[in-house]
Design a protein around this ligand. Structure first.
Ligand code: GDP
Length: 323
């Protein structure tokens, strides 16, 4: 099956405070974008002003990092989808994972994998996704890297990971300093590398590029909702097959089985942290669309003449123990 080799869709699963924001921030900086923190602050004002004027710029729930490979190859868009780091009761974990082809499990080098991330990790493993282990904060004086790696192996076995999944690549990082290495550093020592290149390369090598069917009619799955004062309801989708264009007439397949022809009045794609108008998107792309006020999570945007709805995303309620 053909693939979109210029895209990787990945979720970072982490317990709160293990450094997810810091890592994404460093990825954006090294890919040439502004600091995530700074840009968020700036953009709150920016986007309000812009929204008032044009009604197009809105905060994204996903981040797109455009990575330029060291060997000078074509840039690759790494879409990072936000998933809760813990069990949730609304299906957000399943929806987030339905947009990606693999996950990064980010673990604090001192705290190790914590029970709250088990639910999300279990879901990713059950979906047969490849996992990259990223041990962060290796610079911490109280880091215990080998033990944390062993604890992660035990956790994977406990969660019935496949042999392939257990052979996960390991990246050692100090997200705070924007550094990563494939060589295990001494506890408390920052990796002897001056960038995140090994982490980027591991993502490209481990997370499969999105696959699609040649000539298949449009199928885009609604996995999240957002709102803008000017555009109204916005549906976040992953395109699975076909292409979607601004202004195109499509079939809106509701999750209750009914269908209706609708026009895509606005198509947006994320650039760094910001959503920008786009003309066209294809398989594997993460898009936001406007113009369908009552669109719901689980709906499919399909071809006008040959509508084929995607199956519903099944949601498990987590056990009370959150395992
Ligand atoms: P999040 O909740 O997972 O998004 O975590 P943050 O990115 O907000 O980071 C939590 C705290 O860990 C912050 O105080 C960061 O400065 C700190 N932190 C992040 N990465 C590192 C690191 O590599 N080393 C150290 N020592 N601290 C870090």
């Amino acid at each position: 099956m053909p693939t979109r080799s210029d895209i990787r869709n990945v979720a970072i699963v982490a317990h709160v405070d293990h450094g997810k924001t810091t890592l994404v921030d460093a990825m954006l900086k090294q890919a040439g974008a502004f600091s995530a923190h700074q840009q968020v602050d700036d953009r709150v004002m920016d986007s309000n002003d812009l929204e008032r004027e044009k009604g197009i710029t809105i905060l994204a729930k996903n981040t797109a990092v455009k990575y330029h490979p060291k060997d000078g190859g074509d840039p690759i868009t790494i879409n990072i989808i936000d998933t809760p780091g813990h069990a949730d009761f609304g299906g957000e974990v399943e929806r987030g994972l339905s947009m990606v082809d693999g996950v990064v499990l980010l673990v604090d080098a001192s705290e190790g994998p914590l029970p709250q991330t088990r639910f999300v990790l279990r879901k990713a493993l059950a979906a047969k996704m490849p996992v990259i282990l990223c041990i962060n904060k290796v610079d911490r004086p109280d880091s215990r890297i080998s033990e944390v790696v062993d604890e992660t192996y035990e956790l994977f076995m406990d969660l019935d990971a496949t042999e392939e999944q257990i052979e996960f690549p390991i990246v050692y990082a100090c997200a705070r300093d924007g550094m990563a290495s494939l060589n295990r550093p001494e506890n408390g020592v920052t990796p002897d590398n001056d960038n995140l290149q090994p982490f980027f390369q591991t993502i490209l090598d481990t997370i499969p590029a999105p696959v699609y069917e040649e000539g298949h009619p449009l199928q885009a799955h609604v996995t999240n909702l957002d709102a803008s004062n000017f555009l109204g309801r916005i549906a976040l989708c992953r395109v699975h097959n076909g292409t979607i264009r601004k202004g195109q007439t499509t079939t809106w397949c509701r999750h209750d089985g009914t269908m209706e022809k609708v026009r895509i009045t606005e198509l947006l794609m994320t650039d760094a942290l910001e959503r920008k108008p786009a003309e066209e998107a294809g398989p594997g792309d993460i898009i936001a669309i406007a113009g369908i006020p009552e669109i719901m999570i689980g709906d499919t945007i399909a071809d006008a003449e040959d509508p084929r709805p995607l199956p519903l995303i099944t949601v498990d309620e987590p056990a009370i123990s959150m395992t």
